[in-house]
Design a binder for this molecule. Structure first.
Ligand code: HEM
Length: 349
């Protein structure tokens, strides 16, 4: 009995919110050094733990999942929008929920940056989840962790893979519109640009191709792919890698000028299902964004092979996707006594 109590005590202390990233011995997956540092590669999990809320809020993931189910039933696209939010959070000063902050006296909201304006969405669902969590476990579950759990939940509910989400991120007290403009790759990127954007975050080519597989769900606006239809190389001609009938279909919904916000599915075969058809479509010249197409034809060698492998083997894609999501989710989190647990994801406490 005594042994049991003291064991639980040790566990609670280990998992409590004061748990610090400065815990050099704690990493798993092999290869990593200690906590802290910049977006590490190779099992450096910064002291995040899947069991972080095991005692302080064991129902956290159930709350996330039940809100998500309702939200996705109301609007199926929401799964895609929420998955993307985690990406746009992590690539800008780390996974710290900076993307959720509204404008205020001290905050220039990232929501106004070029990649985000008129584009990222899902904030009301995050608000709903946060409100419920605050009712049941006040000031315990961070907004950054909500984004990580929501990204996984959205993937699962769309038919994609499951994985263990390391938790214990804390929320920033700052946002950066300039980093948001700088660090999120634009859709007309070359392959080399994409690789550089990902390398800067400690992510490699496998992560780039696997995570781009998120484009198996959701949509893009005409303004994000227009250049491919009308002026790919400043020569008033379309991108010649576009399959002909797909190209004609796209020109009928995305005019040369105007209609910026008209949307098209990123995966026209199964836009609501998380599967590997995105990669099959790329092989057939039916990837929507330039950044999708160049994974195949951008002279990458490695990325070309990966697109082909994922198109052939959905299990391999799911496996690499799950691992890459964990790695992306570990980009420079705030832990220990850094940052805070916001009460409302839209503003600092
Ligand atoms: C590789 C570089 C990437 C580029 C250049 C890129 C670019 C884009 C663009 C331009 C859109 C459409 C936005 C609009 O037109 O409003 C989009 C949508 C989307 N992106 Fe990416 N993306 C990339 C990687 C990722 C990653 C890593 C994820 C997630 C892990 C992701 C998830 C999504 C999702 C799910 C959508 C659909 C969102 C919705 O329907 O609301 N993307 N992306």
């Amino acid at each position: 009995m005594v042994l049991k109590v003291s064991f639980s005590f040790v566990l609670i202390v280990l998992l409590s919110s004061t748990f610090s990233s400065a815990h050099p011995g704690l990493n798993w997956g092999g290869g990593g050094g200690g906590g802290g540092g910049s977006g590490g590669y190779g099992g450096d999990y910064f002291g995040l733990l899947p069991e972080f809320y095991q005692y302080s809020c064991p129902q956290a993931n159930d709350i996330v999942m039940s809100a998500l189910e309702k939200a996705i039933l109301r609007e199926p696209r929401m799964a895609a929008s929420l998955l993307r939010l985690h990406f746009h959070d992590c690539f800008v000063q780390g996974c710290d929920a900076s993307v959720l902050l509204d404008d205020s006296a001290t905050i220039a909201s990232e929501k106004r940056s070029n990649p985000n304006r008129n584009s990222i969405r899902g904030f009301e669902v995050i608000d709903e989840i946060k409100a419920k969590l605050e009712e049941e476990c006040p000031q315990t579950v961070s907004c950054a962790d909500i984004l990580a759990l929501t990204a996984r939940g959205s993937t699962i509910l769309s038919g994609g893979p499951d994985w263990e989400v390391p938790l214990g991120r804390r929320d920033s007290r700052t946002a950066s519109i300039s980093l948001s403009n700088r660090d999120i790759p634009p859709p007309n990127s070359t392959l080399q640009n994409l690789v550089n954007f990902f390398n800067r975050q400690g992510l490699d080519e496998v992560n780039l191709v696997a995570l781009s597989g998120s484009h198996t769900i959701g949509v893009a606006r005409c303004v994000s792919f227009r250049q491919r239809l009308y002026n790919q190389n400043e020569d008033n001609r379309p991108d010649e890698t576009l399959e002909r009938s797909y190209y004609y279909g796209l020109t009928s919904v995305c005019p040369r000028s105007g209609g910026d916000n008209i949307i098209s599915p990123l995966d026209l075969r199964s836009p609501r299902k998380f599967d590997n058809s995105y990669f099959k479509l790329i092989l057939g010249g039916k990837g929507l964004l330039n950044s999708d197409e160049v994974l195949l034809t951008g002279n990458g060698g490695r990325t070309t092979e990966l697109v082909k492998s994922y198109a052939e083997d959905e299990g391999l894609f799911f496996n690499h996707f799950a691992k890459s999501m964990v790695k992306m989710g570990n980009i420079s989190p705030l832990t220990g006594s850094n940052g805070e647990v916001r009460k409302n994801c839209r503003r600092i406490n």
